[in-house]
Write a protein that binds this ligand. Structure first.
Ligand code: NDP
Ligand code: OXD
Length: 308
């Protein structure tokens, strides 16, 4: 089995020993050093190399280095080659931690305390009981499902929204476009953990903001193109949305002149909500390489038509 590693973000020196530990006879080329493109059986990729993947005629699998796969431009990939998104226990833990941080920060009013400090203002703020605050998670997959579960463990009232019906203990589940208004109507802290697809692009926009209770908080850890930026700025201005924590942006890195950087109600983090680790992800990737060799369906295989 010959694998091509292709990423400008992930470190091959971290990945190669871990992959080989689980598959000692694995051969690995690191883009752009490809000796023979016809010899490549599988690719482990964040963003496809220049020229696309059609140059690899014998690909048996495309394994994404991201949980999201929109950056692969699914429709441009060689037809019939299975694609898997990354499900990595390490990635899930880091996303869970980030969302806990963002939710508790809003809930405990930590931004107000930080703003009061330079003015030496001693302002007592005791939040309402957690059970009176509702956390709404859009996307109840690998990451959103875990975030919803941890939010219930913290004591919040939790609701979730997905594409298909779901049952998660102590989580009020809603689904489909017809379930969106009921989901949003009682969501105080909204977390977007959707994949970016034709259906979800631009979903964080005025119609949804108007469904939320006035003063709701928005946390976007999905993709930048889920958000209609102008609508968020307007909603913050009117007070419909009280504040936003944004980890992902339509343009990354976020350009220096972008208004989000200096907006007092927006917290920007540079697409770091979750990070995978070769140590925790390699076993899953290697299992998929074995499956590809045996021409068996991959774990976490993407439905190309659905887009995730
Ligand atoms: P999954 O594929 O496991 O879950 C996706 C969830 O979204 C599913 O519950 C799915 O519903 C739901 N969904 C998809 N389309 C719709 C729709 N049209 N309407 C309602 N619900 C929908 O993905 P993950 O949980 O692994 O990852 C989610 C996203 O998180 C990634 O695609 C990526 O964009 C983002 N991400 C961001 C990171 C960061 O650092 N900021 C890191 C990693 C991921 P159903 O269950 O019914 O199929
Ligand atoms: C991912 C990401 O999709 O890091 O994994 O955004």
């Amino acid at each position: 089995m010959k694998l091509l590693f292709c990423s400008h973000l992930d470190d091959p020196h971290e990945w190669i020993p871990e992959l080989k530990r689980h598959m000692p006879d694995l051969e690995i080329d690191v883009w752009p050093e490809v000796k023979d493109s016809a010899a490549i059986d599988a690719i482990l990729v964040w963003i496809p190399p220049e020229g696309g993947l059609a140059q690899f005629h014998n690909l048996k699998a495309i394994q994404s280095l991201g949980a999201g796969v929109n950056q692969l431009d699914l429709k441009s990939l060689p037809h019939g080659v299975p694609v898997a998104r990354l499900v990595d226990p390490g990635l899930t833990v880091s996303m869970r931690d980030y969302c806990v941080w963002a939710v508790l920060r809003h809930y405990r009013g930590l931004d107000s305390h930080a703003a009061n400090q330079p003015q030496k203002k001693w302002v007592y703020y005791i939040p309402p009981p957690k059970s009176a605050v509702s956390v709404g998670v859009m996307g109840l997959g690998e990451l959103g499902g875990e975030v919803a579960r941890v939010a219930t463990d913290l004591g919040f009232s939790v609701r979730g929204w997905a594409r298909s019906p779901k049952t998660i203990e102590r989580v009020a589940c809603f689904w489909g476009p017809e379930g969106l208004a009921a989901f949003a109507g009682k969501t105080d802290i909204l977390i977007c953990l959707l994949p970016l697809t034709v259906e979800t692009r631009g979903i964080l926009a005025r119609p949804l903001f108007e469904m939320l209770p006035k003063g709701a908080r928005v946390i976007n850890v999905g993709r930048g193109d889920h958000l209609v930026e102008r609508d968020l700025l307007d909603a913050l201005e009117s007070g419909r949305i009280a504040s936003a924590t944004l980890d992902v942006f339509a343009r990354e890195p976020l350009p220096p002149e972008h208004p989000f950087w200096s907006h007092p109600k927006i917290t920007v983090t540079p697409h770091v909500a979750a990070f995978g680790s070769a140590v925790t992800a390699a076993p899953v990737v290697v299992e998929n390489l074995r499956r590809a060799l045996a021409r068996r369906p991959l774990l976490n295989q993407v439905d190309i038509d659905r887009g995730y």
